[in-house]
Design a protein around this ligand. Sequence first.
Ligand SMILES: Nc1nc2c(ncn2[C@@H]2O[C@H](COP(=O)(O)OP(=O)(O)OP(=O)(O)O)[C@@H](O)[C@H]2O)c(=O)[nH]1
Ligand SMILES: [Mg+2]
Length: 464
Amino acid sequence: MAKKGNGKPSKEKKSEKIVPEIIELPPPPPPPSQGEFICIHIGQAGIQVGTACWELFCLEHGINLDGTICQLKTNSTSMFSLSQADTYVPRALLVDTEPTVIDTIKTGNYQKLFPNQNMINDKENAASNYAAGFYGIGKKLSSAVMNQLSCLAENCNALQGIALFRSTGGGTGSGMSSRIINDIKDMYPSKTIIDFNICTSSEMSPIIVEPYNTALGTCQDLDSVKCSFLFDNKTLYNICGFKLDIPKPTYRNINNVIALVTSGITSSLRFEGSMMNNLSELLTNLIPYPRLHFPLITHVPISNNAQNISSASTQLAALSFDHNYQMTKIDSKLGKYLSICMMYRGNLTPTDINTAIAFAQREHTIPVTKNINSPLFKFGLCYLPPLTVPSSGIVAATRTVTNFSNNTAIKQYWINLMKNYNKLLSKRVFVHHFTGEGMEEEMFSKTTESISKLIAEYEEIENL
Ligand SMILES: Nc1nc2c(ncn2[C@@H]2O[C@H](COP(=O)(O)OP(=O)(O)OP(=O)(O)O)[C@@H](O)[C@H]2O)c(=O)[nH]1
Ligand SMILES: [Mg+2]
């Protein structure tokens, strides 16, 4: 047994230097080759859809819901940052004018995933009023959002873009988002802004003035947003009913479907080693005319039964044009394809995909639209197969395709919206609520003009 000292410090001990222990830390992951994306989730729908997305992203990247690593799959730093405590933090802001939705996050399963400083709210909602979101309470809050956004942006090596998640039906999702998009355009003019938008569903809308909010917001953002992915709640309810056998779908159910599709769209952004891993590049091909930036989206397969799904690449290519899997129900055959983008996931090679697309075209399982003049086909490939959150009831297929195509038939969505908008406006329904928040009344007629021009632009291309 070693003899203990007599309590007095020895001469030798006095001169002994304290050598700091060197702990070898693992090297930080290299910056993502595809650059970083920051997400801003705005308003109730934006935040609730956002949490469903981040739950799935965490699962796919092997990250626990407290940000610790479970089994990290690849370099995941394009949409997550690595904290000093070695936890993964979503590059995301949760923003709302009122506190209840964010308070639920702060006390629920995600409380450790999103740092407090990335959750920003005020005390009162925008009362389903675009003008309150743009001029009133939303304007007041926007500087806090921009300050925190600049902190997240400084932490990026090569910020590629910013993705917004919101519903333009709500006052915060429409008005406050437009305010923030304006501010982003001023502060980061060269960055790509993409928009995941839960859009007004005329038959299901719980808010009378949703057509105002959606039209005013869209008109304001038209020249700033690069691409807007529209999700229609009514269509999503039907997908949950018919494909997942859920008789009375909740927001949670439909948000799981949105998360699955968003995962497909963003897979090339999030995973290294994919083909076409630059979403901005894909979007440049997808959107030849900047204002016509509302692709039709389908995702296949979506099923609750593993036996019902095929992994044959040809069948998936054909199925990805089936309107039963579309996120907004519009008849694509009535329009003209400008470009088609297919994001494949799973164990496939580029040759497999080229063969599948050529086969599907030859056999006419890809529908021919009127006036079709060889739309531009692009595909991306992420070798990692997709996953699904077990509680979603959606089977994790070994191969999936997310198809986002620029088709002029989407003009029908705007035609339907403007019908409802003009019906309200002709009776001046709640107009005073909007002007009362500081919006000029002529914004209503300017919006009619702007969306009519958008519809005419689609028609012009269709008739080329
Ligand atoms: N898919 C989906 N839609 C939602 C969800 N929550 C609300 N919505 C839809 O979003 C629209 C209303 O927007 P909200 O997000 O509630 O509004 P907000 O942005 O919070 O704005 P204000 O409450 O007016 O300040 C309605 O069409 C709702 O059906 C959700 O979790 N998922
Ligand atoms: Mg709200």
